[in-house]
Design a protein around this ligand. Structure first.
Ligand code: SAM
Length: 289
């Protein structure tokens, strides 16, 4: 066991569904610290009750994090050790904690990770998509236009793309993927470590059909993983070629409907998705000065 001096902040991962995923080290640290900073104190109190741990809790969430820095730093200065937890998984991974950890590092405080569950790594570890390189994009923007733009910026990337998604946007996200990345393999990791954990895989269109058939599959928490441009049969050059073909079709005056049929035949994927992509390109071309 490595020695940690007094006045340490421990960044402690907690389970993302299955309580057995709390590590013995995490339990020992939570038991040993003077106080626990939690994203939602009521939520974490349930976990701590389950562990039989009773410690002073203070809230640390996106709206008060900056204001908490001084108070927490003062506790550390006084030699107290503190644990930081979020509602589930690893703090700072699409969760609060960055402002605090950055401030404490700048002040040369001891900040120690206590690793454990994280939906991102759990999902990737069992999805069967390449993991040698990946981009984690957090949550996609909620608004359709911004979401489309974000996906557009990843179109030619060859590594696996991963993001978090909430149940009320999963259909809209799959529709956006069908439009912009119709031929990509997508894996949805749902309700990881919980009773109804499911991995669904297919093209965006296939996944939409699965979710339409069984709406229960659209419930719960999701990690969305998308194969990079290199494993769709579409290399990055191919992605460029797709654009060139679509642009040529429009430049030659081929109608959107006919263009979509040609693209589906030559490049694969669904006519509807090519139709929407061509429509979008056409309207964008009209907007340009
Ligand atoms: N810090 C957490 C972690 O380490 O994974 C992530 C927190 S983020 C606010 C919550 C998102 O993580 C959810 O909307 C979902 O996308 C993903 N997530 C968390 N738990 C999950 C689970 N059990 N199964 C699938 N996705 C999960």
């Amino acid at each position: 066991m490595t020695y940690q001096p007094p006045g340490t902040l421990y960044v402690v991962a907690t389970p993302i569904g299955n309580l057995e995923d709390l590590t013995p080290r995490a339990a020992r640290i939570l038991e040993s610290v003077s106080r626990i900073a939690a994203e939602d104190t009521r939520h974490s109190a349930r976990l701590l009750n389950h562990l039989g741990i009773n410690k002073p809790l203070l809230s640390l969430h996106e709206h008060n994090e900056a204001h908490r820095v001084e108070a927490l730093d003062a506790y550390l200065e006084a030699g107290e050790s503190i644990a930081l937890v979020s509602d589930a998984g690893t703090p700072l991974i699409s969760d609060p904690g960055f402002i605090l950890v950055r401030a404490l590092r700048l002040r040369n405080r001891h900040v120690v990770p206590v690793p454990g569950a994280c939906a991102l790594t759990a999902a990737l570890s069992a999805a069967g998509l390449p993991t040698d390189r990946f981009t984690f994009a957090g949550f996609l923007p909620a608004k359709a236009g911004a979401r489309r733009q974000t996906l557009e910026s990843y179109l030619k990337r060859e590594e696996t793309l991963v993001f978090y998604e909430s149940p009320h946007r999963i259909l809209a996200t799959l529709e956006a993927l069908e439009e912009q990345m119709p031929a990509r393999p997508v894996v949805l990791a749902r309700e990881l470590t919980k009773t109804f954990e499911t991995f669904l895989q297919g093209t965006p269109a296939e996944l939409l059909a699965t979710l339409a058939e069984d709406p229960n599959q659209a419930r719960g928490e999701f990690v969305v993983m998308i194969g990079g441009a290199s494993i769709t049969g579409a290399s990055s050059e191919q992605a460029v070629d797709d654009e060139t073909l679509l642009k040529t079709l429009l430049d030659e005056g081929v109608g959107v409907k006919q263009g979509a049929a040609i693209a589906a035949k030559l490049l694969g994927g669904r006519k509807k998705a090519w139709y929407e992509r061509l429509l979008l390109m056409k309207s964008e071309a009209q907007i340009k000065p």
